[in-house]
Design a protein around this ligand. Structure first.
Ligand code: AMP
Ligand code: MG
Length: 491
């Protein structure tokens, strides 16, 4: 028999209490909604086979492919600041790992494939809406160039799931560098299982940070490396107006990828206090809080590593605090350097941050669309006569003019011409983001069995930095009656 998934599993070689072996629960009548053929090829999988009846059964959890060793991973986590000692994959099953075309080990996981020993009161299933949402947003993040888990496929199960109403069930095939989270470390730390922590840390170093194995203090170096990746990741989110929505420690990837797309959203008008998630009543995970929360999560991560960092607890705490102390500078460097590029600067000057923050404050006061203001600033960089479009983003267009004087003075201190600058700006300021109202419209159409809007949205978002004039409407913010003010995790 032909092996369709060249699995090479490493997590299942870890101690038995790291996971629970569990097979997906077969579903009635799986049907393929979407196959990511480009990703399939990157993974060394055969897209034609994946789209075949047999392949779709695998993607739906109805058939377990040869070489798979399906497991649900154990983890804990702080949810909205409250520690839960056992969470784990309640509706996700890791089929196994494959080595992709670039030699990178990737997890292939089914999400919504039935209950596991970690399901608690959940049904282990996923509804169509959240599956499409994760597909759209994760693939958009990838196209934007931001580290993220990917979506290989979405299938409907032919079964209904009970949420507030009955909804069509679906399964997402998620691909990740790994599904190891801060919460995975917390699971063992909470049980004072130092031996397991060491196994896990060694696995993570070997898999995600192989250079650190040679470091004088590998576990300290691991903490530093995870801090750096998370700080840079959150800076990237802020550059595109992304709000994760549930930055619990169990949704914080050790590999530094964006993971667990639930009530996440991109903002339209720029406002740092923006929150969409219906469950985030206190705004803990608001747009501008994300760096602070990342540091909070990393502090929980550091706590789990203390016994590995130094046998003397006080010494270990000092070392960890020193590492965590670097977060703010790493984040600020990444955040500010990205913002400088967004306004077209090639060099760094001491007043640049103030210049960008002035623009952001004016955008908030004038309800300017975050994405379109920066995209149109690229046009204005070529010729001041072309300020019209960007000015129109501000309720009081004159507010832009005052800022533009300062901006052009600053630009005049660099030698690049306008066209070069605009090109560089268009490579970092997307024309298209997954706007909430578009996602919602695609989901509503899919629920009525029309997948064309979903397909079109996914295809526009695959090239977010290209103008795509025929698709210009996808760049428009919502009309007042299209605005989506709340998003739901829908689990
Ligand atoms: P999330 O909000 O997706 O990060 O999930 C938090 C926890 O709840 C994780 O342990 C999930 O596996 C679990 N969970 C979420 N939805 C379900 C469901 N429908 N059935 C079982 N477990 C679930
Ligand atoms: Mg989660």
């Amino acid at each position: 028999m032909k092996v369709h998934f060249p699995f090479d599993n490493s997590y299942t070689a870890l101690p038995a209490h790291f996971f629970a072996r569990v097979a997906p629960t077969p579903v009635q009548a799986p049907r393929l909604i979407k196959l990511n053929t480009v990703l399939a090829e990157q993974l060394g999988l055969d897209p034609d086979w994946l789209a075949s009846a047999e392949g779709v059964e695998v993607l739906a959890g109805k058939r377990v492919p040869d070489g798979a060793d399906p497991i649900a991973m154990a983890y804990a986590g702080h949810q909205f600041g409250h520690f839960v000692a056992q969470l784990g994959d309640g509706r996700a099953i890791l089929l196994g790992e494959v080595i992709d075309r670039n030699g990178i080990r990737r997890d292939v996981q089914l999400k919504g494939s039935g209950p596991t020993p970690f399901s608690r009161r959940g049904d282990g299933r996923a509804a169509l809406g959240p599956v499409l949402r994760e597909y759209i947003v994760s693939e958009a993040m990838y196209a934007l160039g931001i580290p993220t888990t990917r979506s290989l496929a979405a299938v409907t199960s032919g079964e209904q799931v009970q949420r507030e109403t009955m909804l069509p069930g679906a399964v997402l095939t998620r691909v990740a560098s790994s599904h190891i989270r801060v919460g995975t470390f917390q699971f063992f730390a909470a049980r004072q299982d130092i031996d397991a922590l060491k196994h896990l840390a060694d696995h993570v170093i070997n898999r995600h940070y192989p250079d650190l194995a040679k470091a004088e203090h590998p576990y300290r170096a691991l903490l530093d490396a995870v801090i750096t990746r998370q700080a840079e990741l959150v800076a990237r989110w802020l550059h595109v107006g992304f709000i994760h929505g549930v930055m619990n420690t169990d949704n914080c990837s050790i590999a530094g990828e964006t993971i667990d797309y639930g009530p996440c959203a991109f903002m339209d008008e720029y406002n740092p206090a923006t929150v969409y998630s219906s469950i985030d009543e206190m705004g803990r995970y608001a747009y501008a809080n994300q760096p602070r929360i990342a540091l909070w999560n990393l502090t929980r991560f550091a706590e789990t590593l203390l016994p590995l960092i130094d046998s003397d607890e006080k010494a270990a705490i000092d070392i960890a605090q020193n590492s965590l102390g670097a977060f703010t500078d790493i984040f600020n460097d990444a955040y500010q350097s990205g913002l400088r590029k967004k306004i077209g600067l090639f060099t760094a000057q001491p007043d640049d941050d103030a210049l960008v923050q002035d623009l952001l404050a004016l955008m908030t006061a004038n309800q300017a669309d975050f994405t379109n203001t920066f995209r149109r600033l690229g046009t204005a960089a070529v010729d001041p006569e072309d300020d019209g479009d960007v000015r129109a983003e501000f309720t009081d267009p004159a507010a832009f003019d005052g800022w533009a004087v300062q901006w052009r003075q600053r630009l005049s201190r660099e030698s690049q011409d306008g066209a070069t600058r605009a090109k560089a700006m268009n490579a970092v300021n997307p024309a298209f983001i997954p706007r909430n109202h578009r996602i919602e419209a695609a989901i509503q159409a899919a629920l009525a069995n029309d997948f064309a809007p979903f397909e079109e949205l996914v295809s526009v978002l695959a090239k977010p930095y290209e103008d795509q004039p025929q698709m210009a409407e996808y760049g428009s913010p919502p009309a007042p009656d299209e605005r989506v003010l709340r998003t739901f995790c829908g689990t």
